[in-house]
Ligand binder design. Structure first.
Ligand SMILES: [Zn+2]
Length: 108
């Protein structure tokens, strides 16, 4: 099983896996991209969706002031890395194309 190293809300890959190597122990750090707090605001499916919706509606901003936005940062590519199980494909059609374009071996 693949350990998800990407933010459940925005797909950013922080230095530390958001929910630890086991996927069970959140770091309680803040995502430098969307500012969700791992283990707090990304623990429940509906909340993940709500957080993502708010971030997308705000124009997918880089939220951290502490960590600089990566030079090659592309939020539209990044959302394709959100783990499938945290996306509602029916209600989040804007994500479908991004998800479809990612490598096959990340689907499981
Ligand atoms: Zn994030």
């Amino acid at each position: 099983m693949m350990i998800a190293t990407f933010c459940r809300v925005c797909g950013y890959e922080p230095e530390e896996a958001p929910w630890g190597e086991s996927g069970q122990q959140p770091t309680y750090q803040y995502c430098p991209c969307c500012n969700t707090q791992f283990g707090v605001t990304d623990a429940v499916f509906e909340q993940i969706q709500a957080e993502r919706k708010a971030w997308i509606e705000a124009g997918m901003p880089w939220r951290s002031k502490r960590y600089a936005q990566p030079e090659d940062w592309n939020p539209l590519e990044q959302i394709g890395l959100i783990p499938y199980q945290f996306v509602n494909l029916k209600e989040e059609p804007e994500l479908v194309r991004a998800l479809a374009s990612r490598p096959k071996d990340e689907e499981s």
